[in-house]
Design a protein around this ligand. Structure first.
Ligand code: AQP
Length: 345
């Protein structure tokens, strides 16, 4: 029988810019929900942020800003482990091991690399290419079993599972010999659930809402003020038809689908129930209600982010404490991996 690992949640956000509603609905809101039922590690993945050109001062600030957003959304740093990735060297150490397990052909299929590298692929950093292996190490260095993420990370999670499986197969005899049974690593499961796993740009319903979008009207930031939120929703692209009365009618209408999905996710309901209320109506009525709901949900988060950002002492203490607790889990697993691999320590 396949070995059972205790359930443990890991996830992370890159400190690459201001967090937006997509990050909140696809990730942070889910992180908060998971803490009620699971032990969780929530990481600010600063090593990932270095895979694209970065400014050191901005990286430092963005790292604190992501940590502040975690806490402001309701993540309890005592109950969970909140830390920044670069403080726990085992992430990088396991990445090397997993680099020797992952296949170049697997990495060549990663669509995020192709999108982020763009046309000038030869000039992309080797780190950007290797990003998914670092992500696998982030998860496996804790033997995390569940990973709440947005839809865009699905392919990377599948790769992490392939890497874990290949490690377990390649070193099966040594794994058993060292007392780990038939598996050293669990196969981590992506948790991609709810009506807003892929929040789209407000300007183009076929493009993901992203931190790096050039248009400020494409995304709603977690620190946007009430007027900015209302204005962005008012100006969000729609189509000329009235809203349908059920979710099936959103097919082929990406902008309408996106706005209804945002409403549903913010209000913890389904698209169908949103459309029972707004179906048949004009976008202007729906947009006004969506703006009110978004402001009501984001205003308290914004206030808490701004409070935490005013004095970075509290954030720095949380990150330092979290790193120590994270390392206490990762180090023994890394040592066990070295024994399995035949690395003398
Ligand atoms: N639009 C989105 N809808 C739902 N979930 C999303 N996530 C990101 N965008 C959306 C989820 O947020 C978590 C953290 O993302 P990340 O910062 O690690 O990386 P990303 O996916 O590359 O985010 P961005 O905003 O697109 O950043 P840039 O512009 O820097 O590339 C992940 O769980 C992700 O799925």
């Amino acid at each position: 029988m396949a070995k059972k690992f205790p359930e443990l949640v890991f996830s992370g956000v890159q400190p690459t810019g201001s967090l937006h509603l997509g990050n909140y609905l696809g990730a942070l809101k889910r992180f908060v929900e998971m803490q009620a039922t699971h032990d969780c590690l929530y990481c600010v993945v600063d090593l990932h942020a270095m895979t694209m050109p970065h400014d050191p001062a901005q990286l430092r600030e963005a790292t604190r800003a992501v940590a502040a957003a975690y806490l402001a959304c309701g993540i309890d740093p005592k109950r969970n482990i909140v830390f920044n990735q670069s403080r726990v060297a085992e992430h990088a150490e396991l990445t090397w091991v997993l680099n020797c397990v992952a296949r170049v052909g697997w990495l060549n299929r990663m669509t995020q690399f192709k999108e982020k590298a763009g046309k000038d692929r030869e000039n992309a950093s080797a780190g950007l290419y290797d990003y998914p292996v670092l992500m696998a190490a982030d998860i496996l260095v804790y033997r995390a079993t569940h990973v709440p993420v947005g839809e865009d990370q699905k392919q990377h999670l599948e790769l992490a599972r392939d890497i874990a499986q290949k490690f377990n197969n390649d070193f099966a005899a040594s794994i058993a010999e060292h007392g780990h049974g038939d598996a050293f690593f669990p196969l981590p499961e992506p948790l991609i659930q709810g009506p807003a796993t892929r929040v789209m740009s407000l300007r183009d319903g076929t493009k993901k809402m992203s931190k790096s979008d050039a248009s400020e009207f494409a995304s709603i930031g977690l620190t946007d003020d009430d007027d900015a939120i209302a204005q962005k929703i008012r100006r969000a692209k729609t189509d000329p038809e009235p809203l349908p009365s059920e979710a099936a009618g959103l097919k082929g209408r990406p902008e309408a689908d996106n706005l209804v999905g945002i409403f549903a996710a913010l209000n913890d309901e389904t698209k169908d129930s949103v459309l029972r209320q707004f179906g048949g109506g004009q976008f202007s009525t729906f947009k006004a209600a969506l703006a009110d709901l978004t402001v009501a949900k984001l205003a308290p988060i914004r206030a808490e982010i701004l409070r935490l950002r005013a004095d970075s002492g509290e954030i720095d203490r949380v990150l330092a404490d979290g790193a120590e607790r994270a390392r206490a889990i990762a180090r023994p697993i890394m040592d066990q991996a070295k024994d399995v691999l035949g690395l003398i320590r």
